[in-house]
Design a protein around this ligand. Structure first.
Ligand SMILES: [Mg+2]
Ligand SMILES: [Zn+2]
Length: 225
């Protein structure tokens, strides 16, 4: 029975908590030569996410730090219902983690208003001390990860919450969620992640806003099994 297991949510950031993918938005805006091919390689899984995201930011000089950070923060929109989902999780004693393949310089500022403890936010780091922007990987893959190149490894985080004790719920939209979705008991999906779940036959619930997710969780909770 899932009823005696504690629910824990692993929520993606780019394209999930925010309406658009911030990495793609930043790169598109500054438009350094060669970015399209790298994005395509990531989506088609010809290179790992870690290789691709590292390569994308290396196209930008570190001297552009202020422009890059300001653009990323200024152009993101939070998806409807996010604060309500956090409040719902608090009320229902559901643990909530942000598991993001995004970068610290936009993830933390954009989440600051929501009061999520920092140890509940996983994302990649950044280093502007060299000539080019260098992404750092404080939460890279464990030995068990099939991908080996997640950058921020969602399966490694999810594995810390064993299935015997937790009902693991993943919320996401794209390529950074594929490996985690294979482990989770329930997936809320949009976009590329929906296609991937269909392809792999993974149980998933499509969503557009976080209100859809609250409605589903509430329906599950109030359904007598
Ligand atoms: Mg995403
Ligand atoms: Zn991994």
């Amino acid at each position: 029975m899932s009823t005696d297991r504690k629910k824990v949510i692993f929520c993606d950031f780019d394209g999930t908590i925010t309406v658009n993918d911030n990495i793609v938005a930043v790169i598109k805006h500054f438009n350094p030569e060669g970015w399209e091919a790298i994005v395509d390689d990531i989506i088609q899984q010809r290179i790992t996410i870690q290789q691709g995201v590292g390569a994308l930011f290396r196209l930008l000089p570190a001297s552009m730090k202020k422009e890059v950070v300001d653009y990323a923060i200024g152009n993101a929109t939070i998806r409807a219902g996010f604060a309500d989902l956090l409040a719902y999780c608090k009320r229902q004693d559901i643990e909530f983690y942000v598991t993001s393949g995004g970068i610290d310089f936009f993830v933390y500022p954009l989440l600051a208003q929501f009061g999520i403890p920092e140890d509940h936010i996983y994302c990649n780091g950044s280093d502007f001390s060299g000539e080019r922007i260098e992404i750092t990987w404080p939460h890279s893959c464990d030995d068990e990860c099939a991908s080996g190149g997640c950058g921020m490894c969602k399966p490694a985080v999810i594995r810390r919450f064993p299935q015997e004790h937790f009902e693991r719920i993943l919320i996401g939209d794209s390529v950074t969620d594929f490996e985690g979705a294979k482990l989770a008991e329930l997936v809320f999906s949009r976009s590329h992640l929906t296609e991937k779940c269909r392809e792999l036959g993974l149980p998933h619930v499509e969503f557009e806003t976080f209100h859809d997710i609250i409605a589903h969780l509430e329906q599950e909770r109030t359904t007598v099994r």
